[in-house]
Unconditional design. Structure first.
Length: 95
């Protein structure tokens, strides 16, 4: 299949901080068994992470941005860590 751009104005430019995590999430199906909250947290962290995959967003900010109560945020973070998709050492998260 020839994959030509559909629209050049919406053509994605991958930034230098983009990691291989996004590929693992889909190709290795490593995120499939996770909750929607874990999906949302992973997507947010991948989006805001620096080149090594770190983010320093505080829990209250994450809860507000993701519309999650803090206990559910902690469960989502733990689920990502359990599957090897992230790490956390306050104040940093890493994907």
């Amino acid at each position: 299949m020839d994959k030509r751009p559909i629209g050049f104005s919406t053509l994605r430019k991958v930034p230098t901080q983009c990691s291989g995590l996004e590929q693992r999430l889909v190709r290795e199906r490593s995120i499939d068994p996770l909750s929607h909250h874990a999906w949302a947290l992973a997507l947010f962290l991948v989006t805001v992470a620096d080149a090594p995959g770190r983010s320093d967003d505080a829990d209250p900010s994450l809860c507000q941005r993701l519309s999650l109560p803090c206990p559910e945020l902690h469960e989502a973070r733990q689920a990502l860590m359990t599957r090897g998709l992230g790490a956390s050492q306050r104040p940093l998260s890493q994907v």
